[in-house]
Ligand binder design. Structure first.
Ligand code: SF4
Length: 352
């Protein structure tokens, strides 16, 4: 068993308990979302995405780079225009209201206040010429209408809450004076400042070393529990998934291909892509072979027919090249888009 697998095992049990006590009402429901590239192209970078995030849960969105995870997050926050992307169809229901119908001035009450986002590179997300504490205070002045004194006091409290030491000194620091982990804590304090209901964390630890990564994940988990936050955690790392998430959605080439609880996905995946990702986790046993997932994500301007995964799939049959597989429930709470999912069921024979 390697380190990542060990992490996954250690965290499965406590989170299965959390799962039982979790509220089941969705906070966010995305229905059949399609995001197109450019104004007139037929290219879809998010294709028929349906997903829900329940109140107080951490949902991990997993997949290789280029699968559409970050675009999905940007679509939720109405931030696609700068990327030359647009929502073609679908609904994004947040607390029952379709965000696509929100007038621009009402977005100020949602973005950064009810839905906050933490980005992969905290250094790039912070303003290099504004003191760190003032950047947190700005959020409170803008969204909560606090005066400067109250905003400063609250910013200091938030800095303590996210585990920063010597907050009076750090308040006056500029981002370049802080380590990567400290910058990410400042970024998290900004995101949590208005007590959001949904936090989108886009690869929040991938720029950090492994010890700092564990601390930031623990911080996110503690804040989620304390605030009953819902979290959409975007990652390509199943170690991160096993450490903090309760459910997992796997995305491949613009489409969701599998959704289930952490236990269902990590113990018994029912989609060959998920299985390939899990088998690609490096092992540290002496002589252990390094397994990889052959091939690469297709060019979405010229995608293959049928199931987009078929050129890389060891389980593919003729039908996979012609038809898109339906998204079917294989057990309660576990859905997959694969014609051959029965062959991945526990005790089934591997592909010839
Ligand atoms: Fe593989 Fe076919 Fe399943 Fe796609 S539908 S994952 S090609 S077996």
């Amino acid at each position: 068993m390697n380190c990542r697998e060990l992490t996954i095992q250690l965290f499965l049990f406590p989170f299965s308990i959390t799962l039982l006590s979790m509220e089941s009402e969705p906070l966010l429901r995305i229905e059949d979302l399609e995001v197109g590239l450019g104004r007139n192209s037929g290219t879809r970078v998010v294709d028929g995405l349906t997903l829900e995030i329940r109140k107080g849960e951490i949902l991990a969105l997993v997949g290789e780079s280029g699968s559409g995870k970050t675009v999905t997050a940007l679509a939720l926050l109405n931030l696609l225009a700068e990327q030359d992307l647009r929502i073609v169809s679908g609904r994004i229901l947040f607390k029952g209201r379709d965000l696509r119908t929100l007038p621009p001035r009402e977005w100020q009450q949602v973005r950064g206040k009810q839905i906050a986002m933490v980005f992969q590179e905290p250094g790039a997300a912070l303003n290099p010429v504004i003191r760190c504490g003032d950047q947190i205070g700005e959020v409170l002045v803008w969204h909560e209408r606090l005066n400067a004194t109250a905003a400063r006091g609250r910013a200091l409290e938030l800095m303590q809450e996210v585990g920063l030491p010597d907050v009076q000194d750090l308040y006056r620091s500029y981002p370049h004076q802080l380590s990567g982990g400290m910058k990410q804590r400042i970024h998290l304090a900004m995101a949590l400042a208005c007590n959001p209901e949904l936090l989108i964390a886009d690869e929040p630890t991938s720029a950090l070393d492994v010890t700092v990564e564990a601390q930031i994940l623990e911080l996110i988990r503690r804040q989620q529990e304390k605030r009953r936050l819902s979290v959409l955690l975007i990652t390509h790392d199943f170690g991160v998934v096993g450490a903090v998430a309760e459910r997992v959605a796997v995305m491949y080439a613009s489409r969701i291909v599998e959704v289930g609880s952490v236990r269902q996905i990590l113990k018994a995946p029912r989609h060959p892509y998920t299985l390939g990702l899990l088998q690609s986790i490096p092992r540290i046993e002496p002589g252990g072979a390094l397994r990889t997932l052959p091939g690469q994500i297709p060019d979405l301007t010229r995608p293959p027919g049928g199931c987009y995964f078929h050129p890389r799939c060891a389980y593919a049959i003729d039908r996979c090249r012609r038809e898109r597989p339906p998204f079917e429930e294989v057990e309660p709470g576990h859905r997959t888009a694969c014609f051959e999912h029965a062959r991945l069921a526990p005790m089934s024979a591997p592909p010839a």
